[in-house]
Design a protein around this ligand. Structure first.
Ligand SMILES: *[C@@H]1O[C@H](CO)[C@@H](O)[C@H](O)[C@H]1NC(C)=O
Ligand SMILES: *[C@@H]1O[C@H](CO)[C@@H](O)[C@H](O)[C@H]1NC(C)=O
Ligand SMILES: *[C@@H]1O[C@H](CO)[C@@H](O)[C@H](O)[C@H]1NC(C)=O
Ligand SMILES: *[C@@H]1O[C@H](CO)[C@@H](O)[C@H](O)[C@H]1NC(C)=O
Ligand SMILES: *[C@@H]1O[C@H](CO)[C@@H](O)[C@H](O)[C@H]1NC(C)=O
Ligand SMILES: *[C@@H]1O[C@H](CO)[C@@H](O)[C@H](O)[C@H]1NC(C)=O
Length: 498
């Protein structure tokens, strides 16, 4: 087993794609640009103020003088497409008499913090100095969810000390086209064919009571959280997943009222205990009066093949007088077995196939269950007939338990045509015996032919036969779905001019 944070290396035979600096930054989100404040309604903040836009000369901002003051928390949760790197840019306006207080910009576990003491010059707001700064920072990130929070440590109201933001932008470096997960340095890329996302939000305690959700800042849901999950709480989730050989979990924790940067959790994966040390880089205070909170993204990969999965999470050491914790998101990535495989070692080695398929050279192959011709009669008709020709192709699927196929084929003679009949007694048997016969259609002689054929297959698999026909020709073909589609002709009837 391999425990990782951010980087995981696999030695499996995947199609590796090199992610390097060639990957372009792509603008994913923008808000508060060019005085366009339309995104405000999708952001959360705790001011209780109705009008959240301040105009400084000809520039509008989200928040600002009299709006974002002491204890303001601004938050938004973003759901991002598969990516491995994020760049955030924003114009921060420090307004008026900050005297050693901080602004904190929290992007999951990345906390950008800046202190201000009277910088800048008077622009607007109150009579004190204002200062505009562009924050521009980049970090590795590959969770689907990004939790973004801004908070200040101000101690005066918004008419003395305030702040606002403009030109907020998120850029991402996306995973190459079809990858659903990637990392910058691990040169890996897993596509939809190789892996599936499995989302799980159903957690319960050991008495099977669902864990309720809370919010400590608006817009960011927590499974558990303040006064719900403490240092003795154990949570569990059970679910079933499609055939796979490896899993990877991506989990985002929030720790609340914690007094240490080092905390640890035990995970129990189907009886296998793994300890995770959460080494928090930075803390901040957003949930309750007590410091400190932290976001922690954790990623973990393990070999796993059972279809039923049980995950139990239990704090091992959580420092603090009354610490709490919760889950912001939980994402399971399942590395799928190849097609038609039920149990595998990896994408290239199958151990057990689904019903009707067998392992052949590590792959799942469909059994060749040939039809054998067990009865074949040809009746010549000497009186005038007018069999309505059926010209439509037809697919007949014989289920595993159906073993016989009866076919009656009637052919009207075209005058001066030759009817050639060819059939194979057992097309996939070693002795492939082919029988040919010919009938000449002449005036006052043969007027038609009626064939009665009975085919048999073994009760091993379901099989499909295809009847292709037009006015002159008839073909009965067996279709095999192996790794590729194959066909074998059983009967062929051709009418042609003599
Ligand atoms: C305002 O910004 C939003 C979000 O970025 C965008 O969808 C919209 O088109 C913009 N409106 C104008 C008038 O530019
Ligand atoms: C705001 O600033 C003024 C002038 O410095 C000061 O008198 C007042 O107490 C401050 N208000 C608060 C809420 O701190
Ligand atoms: C956290 O643990 C690591 C390794 O055990 C140690 O080096 C570090 O000093 C600890 N940090 C704190 C804040 O206790
Ligand atoms: C029957 O199958 C043949 C060969 O695949 C095809 O050319 C023909 O168009 C089909 N006829 C009908 C009626 O679908
Ligand atoms: C085919 O013909 C035989 C003999 O005429 C008859 O017993 C049988 O029911 C027919 N089968 C079908 C499928 O029409
Ligand atoms: C009937 O089908 C055969 C083979 O499927 C084809 O070669 C022949 O041209 C077709 N005849 C007509 C009249 O479409």
């Amino acid at each position: 087993m391999i425990q990782v944070k951010f980087y995981i290396f696999f030695t499996l035979n995947f199609h590796f794609i090199l992610l390097n600096s060639q990957v372009e930054w792509e603008k994913y989100y923008n808000a508060f640009n060019d005085n366009n404040m339309s995104e405000i309604e999708f952001w959360s903040q705790n001011t209780g103020i109705q009008n959240l836009i301040y105009s400084c000369e000809d520039k509008k901002m989200f928040g600002g003088y009299g709006i974002f003051g002491s204890k303001t928390i601004v938050s938004k949760q973003f759901i991002l497409p598969p990516h491995f790197k994020i760049k955030i840019k924003l114009d921060f306006w420090k307004l008026d008499s900050w005297d050693g207080e901080f602004i904190q910009i929290i992007s999951d576990e990345i906390v950008y913090q800046q202190k201000y003491i009277g910088e800048g010059s008077q622009i607007c707001g109150n009579q004190f100095n204002d200062f505009i700064v562009e924050f521009d920072y980049t970090f590795l990130h590959n969770s689907e969810i990004l939790n973004f929070v801004m908070r200040d440590t101000l101690d005066e109201n918004g008419y003395n000390e305030s702040w606002g933001i403009r030109n907020f932008l998120i850029f991402i470096q996306k995973c190459p086209n079809s990858c659903i997960i990637c990392h910058e340095d691990a040169n890996e890329c897993y596509t939809q064919d190789q892996a599936d996302h499995f989302k799980n939000n159903k957690w319960q305690n050991l008495q099977s009571i669902p864990i309720s959700s809370t919010q400590c800042v608006q817009g960011i849901n927590i499974i558990g959280g303040y006064e719900i999950l403490d240092k003795f709480s154990v949570i569990n989730s059970k679910f079933s997943v499609s055939p796979h050989y490896q899993i990877r979990i991506q989990i985002q924790f929030i720790l609340i009222d914690i007094e240490s940067l080092n905390n640890s959790f035990d995970f129990d994966f189907d009886g296998e205990i793994v300890n995770f040390q959460l080494s928090t880089k930075s803390q901040f205070s957003i949930c309750s009066k007590n410091p400190q909170e932290s976001f922690n993204n954790l990623e973990y990969a393990m070999n796993h093949a059972k279809e039923e999965m049980s995950i139990t999470i239990k704090p091992k050491s959580l420092e603090g007088a009354r610490p709490f914790w919760g889950i912001l998101s939980f994402n399971l990535l399942i590395f799928k077995c190849p097609k038609n495989c039920q149990k595998c070692v990896n994408q290239d080695i199958c151990l057990l196939c689904i019903d009707e398929w067998v392992v052949e050279n590590n792959y799942c192959n469909r059994l060749q269950n040939p039809f054998k011709v067990i009865y074949f009669s040809i009746q010549q008709v000497f009186y005038p007939v007018n069999f309505q020709p059926q010209v439509f192709n037809q697919s007949i699927i014989l289920k595993k338990i159906e073993t016989f196929l009866n076919l009656n084929i009637s052919i009207s003679c075209n005058q001066n045509y030759l009817i050639q009949i060819r059939y194979v007694l057992c097309h996939s048997c070693k002795n492939k015996i082919t029988i040919n016969s010919k009938y000449v259609c002449e005036r006052n002689k043969i007027q038609g032919i009626v064939l009665n054929i009975k085919l048999k297959k073994l009760m091993i698999t379901s099989e499909e036969v295809l009847i292709k026909r037009n006015n002159t020709n008839y073909e009965l073909i067996q279709i095999f779905y192996n790794n590729e589609m194959k066909q074998e002709k059983i009967i062929e009837i051709i009418q042609k001019v003599i």
